[in-house]
Design a protein around this ligand. Sequence first.
Ligand code: PLP
Length: 394
Amino acid sequence: MEMADFSGMANRVSGKGADAWEVHRIAQERRAAGADILILSIGEDVAARTPDHVVEACIESLNDGRHHYSHMIGQPNVRQAIVEHHTKLTGQDLTMDNCVVFAGAQNGLFAVSTCLVEAGDEVIAIEPYYSTYPATFTAGGAKMVTVVSKAENGFQPDIADIKAAITPRTKMVVINTPANPSGAVFEADLVKQIADLVREHDLWLLSDEVYSDFVFQGRHVSPASYMSVEEKCVVVSSLSKSHRMSGWRVGWAIGPQLLCETFERLALCMMYGMPMFTQDAAVAALSGPQTDTEEMVAEYGARARLVVEGLSNLPRFKVGAPKAGMFVMLDVRELETDGTTFAMRLLDQSGISTLPCGSFGEHFGGFVRMSLCAPEDKLSWACGEIAKLVKSWD
Ligand SMILES: Cc1ncc(COP(=O)(O)O)c(C=O)c1O
């Protein structure tokens, strides 16, 4: 059978990107074969649990028989909780009609792409970007154009570069702050300038905010703080990171009512409603105590500081200082143009799996992403091993 026989969309979503996961795949294989491997290539702490009160709310919901078909765009209780959470973050005035529940932020991003862009359109995204963006935004035939946020500028994109990337074909700008993989939190001024720019050019703005509650330095500012909910701005977010709920698949999109009505029609033929019991759990996560989130974020902040300190002052090597999220970017450009070589040698030398950043944009092939999803003693050991590799590099 040949892919050529499949649709154009099937072919577009099968594009490159898989190569970046080669080191991770080999690491998994070696671990399965019994080797002692530290996986720092993905952003998930599999040992960490969803908060107990959230799990209990789900069990209670199932025991109450809430396991039938549900509302296409999400249960009213969870949409209300999401709206309240969003208003607290942004100050935006909105109602449940502006909120649709999706199977995680990724599903929300794909829905936005499906409903807003198509062949002939250009979508501006910031490099380094989340690795699913190319497939997500080009699936319907649109072209993704990137603007580089430089490590030297703390991965803050320059508004002049975004402006320069706008053409008559531009339909949408996508931002992701706090950013994966860079850990940057866009400055409030920049976010406002982006909101003003899209308004001036009558473009859509998609803001991916899955790390909004995961900031350990500075403050997350959403473009929704500067726009009315009926303007062309969609915020996509989820509970995957903030409440350790990646496997629950609860996310959402917030935007103009007409777009949400369109999402409803898409949801009808795509998901036919999300499970009620996961949505009940999401209500518990959003409206219950936030102590787990606060403790987790503080812990990641401490881990980030430890890694940045442990890897500073190494020859021909730089480490980015993240302000949010679960990752640290290692800049190995002076050692090697290809981060894959560095990541592979680290795996061979020490059994540490990291992720080469080629799949986050063509300008980031010389970077490697290291996850903070391991306890401090392991991260500290990993820093020592990385330092050993860097110092012995030839
Ligand atoms: C920037 C970014 N956007 C979206 C997603 C997808 O999140 P979800 O698990 O809610 O689909 C992720 C997951 O890692 C992410 O890092």
